[in-house]
Design a protein around this ligand. Structure first.
Ligand code: DX5
Ligand code: ZN
Length: 214
């Protein structure tokens, strides 16, 4: 199954409701919600106040991607704020397991994420302990960056590992995804593609989503 999760980071915040209604009408599967703290990444996006309108006006599941230090302090609040899944960066924490447990205790799906400079092998011990892994295909922090081609081999590696062990763990790819590379990414083993600028920057965002799912 091919899933597309448009990243709200590239939406028009002056008219967020219109963009959320477009997402509702579209073939998008989830809404990807990028939370940045200005410490883990050199950029600040938004936090809890925007979860409220997104939960209210978006009918698609909210896929929360935390780019923050100390995710253990905030994961439960994001669950309570209506997240459908909550992910945080492996390299931001000492031990992800207790934080995954906090999310699971809320009945919310878990995701572990790594930046492009973190060895994909580091995810292997956690594959049976999370619902999803997210491989960043750009360095976390900004929308509109160029896809890093080395991600392709990492997708194949993690897909093979998941299938070999008969796991159901989803593979999500985030950064530089567009209508040109989407089919190649799905073919390599991705289950979910995040796309910010390729959706919200398109003249016809709904059509861009359709093309990426073809
Ligand atoms: C980057 C974010 C991405 C970003 C993707 O730190 O995690 O989700 O919004 O944007 P594009 O699709 O424009 O690369
Ligand atoms: Zn993201």
């Amino acid at each position: 199954m091919k899933r597309i999760a448009p990243s709200v980071l590239s939406a028009n915040f002056a008219d967020l409701r219109a963009d959320l209604e477009m997402i509702n009408r579209s073939d998008a599967d989830w809404l990807h919600v990028d939370v940045m703290d200005g410490v883990f990444v050199p950029n600040i996006s938004f936090g809890f106040p925007l979860m409220e309108p997104m939960r209210k006006f978006c009918t698609k599941p909210l896929d929360v991607h935390l780019m923050i230090v100390h995710p253990e302090k905030y994961v439960e609040r994001f669950c309570d704020a209506g997240a459908w899944s909550v992910g945080f960066h492996l390299e931001a924490v000492d031990d992800p397991l207790p934080i995954l447990d906090l999310i699971k205790a809320k009945g919310v799906r878990t995701c572990l994420t790594i930046n492009p400079d973190i060895a994909v092998e580091r995810l292997v011990p956690y594959l049976d302990k999370v619902d999803m892994v997210l491989l960043m295909s750009v360095f976390a922090g900004f929308g509109g960056q160029k896809f890093i081609p080395e991600t392709m081999d990492k997708i194949r590696f993690i897909r093979q590992e998941i299938d070999r062990r008969g796991l159901k763990t989803l593979v999500e790819i985030d950064g530089g995804v567009n209508t040109q590379n989407a089919s190649e990414l799905f073919a390599a083993g991705a289950d979910v593609l995040v796309a910010g600028s390729a959706v919200f920057g398109a003249s016809d965002p709904e059509e861009a989503i359709r093309i990426m799912k073809r």
